[in-house]
Write a new protein. Structure first.
Length: 274
């Protein structure tokens, strides 16, 4: 049975009485995470806004299939990787992020909320998510999967714009996140500031092929440099001029649909137990 359209899905919006009535049924809880870093001259730094918005849409889609789902408050600060030099950026060390995430999950589990899914929007969060969630599985058999929005989005992009355009448009500061932001937050994006693509930067005479990666005679070499040495304007590999609200709308719909179906699948294989 589907729930009413006005059913609250944000944990922060529930009253104490509503929470006490709902949580004994062990609804699925989505925990959105993102970052606050340079996403290019044209895009809002708070990419956690998109992760939070997507979590809300996925929850609503799951509700339509009859799976009671709520969204925890977003964790806005990403794990430190290559973006510590972002002007105005805020990040957490990996150890701090792991501890914060472990505490957040522990609080939910303490209250019997054991059906948990991370909705991730930042590559620097991946290791901390693994490290924080693995003990819940190995020690308590509580499986907490992570739905990495933009990794999934990269896979969806060719089907939306075609292989050739996707190859040109995909990258940090470009697709999928810029198109998603253009659709979700058109007033926050500055298309007039979208830069032209830049050539590959060099690290010790080696082309920097990705954040933290240089290439030497065909071999990938890890280099612990920060983003401004690889992509001074925050755009890496993708041509943000190819991004569009239309592409963003298609990405949002497909991510929402896939996410909603995953939540329903997870709920079937992890039924609520009172």
């Amino acid at each position: 049975m589907t729930t009413a359209p006005d059913t609250k899905v944000r944990m922060a919006e529930l009253t104490g009485a509503e929470a006490r009535a709902l949580y004994p049924s062990n609804p699925v809880v989505l925990l959105p995470m993102g970052s606050h870093e340079d996403q290019g001259p044209h895009a809002p730094m708070g990419d956690f806004l998109s992760a939070d918005a997507m979590a809300g849409r996925i929850a609503r889609r799951a509700e339509q299939s009859g799976v009671r789902t709520v969204v925890a408050p977003v964790l806005p600060f990403g794990g430190a990787d290559y973006f510590g030099s972002s002007p105005g950026g805020i990040c957490l060390t990996q150890s701090t992020l792991r501890a914060v995430l472990s505490d957040m999950l522990g609080c939910l589990v303490r209250h019997g909320l054991t059906r948990l899914i991370v909705i991730n929007g930042h590559g620097g969060n991946v290791q901390a998510i693994h490290d924080a969630t693995q003990p819940f599985w190995t020690q308590r058999q509580i499986l907490i999967p992570s739905f990495y929005l933009w990794r999934v989005g990269y896979g969806l992009l060719p089907g939306i714009v075609g292989e050739a355009k996707a190859k040109l448009a995909a990258g940090h500061g470009a697709d999928p996140l810029t198109s998603v932001a253009m659709h979700l937050f058109p007033d926050l994006v500055r298309p007039d500031l979208i830069p032209d693509p830049e050539p590959l930067q060099q690290i010790m005479g080696m082309p920097a092929t990705a954040f933290g990666v240089a290439r030497f005679e065909g071999a990938e070499i890890a280099v612990p440099v920060e983003y401004h040495e690889i992509a001074p304007l925050g755009v890496r590999a993708g041509d943000a001029r190819l991004c569009s609200p239309e592409t963003g709308a298609a990405l949002v719909e497909q991510l929402t649909d896939l996410g909603g179906r995953f939540v329903a699948h997870y709920a079937r294989h992890n039924p609520a137990v009172g």
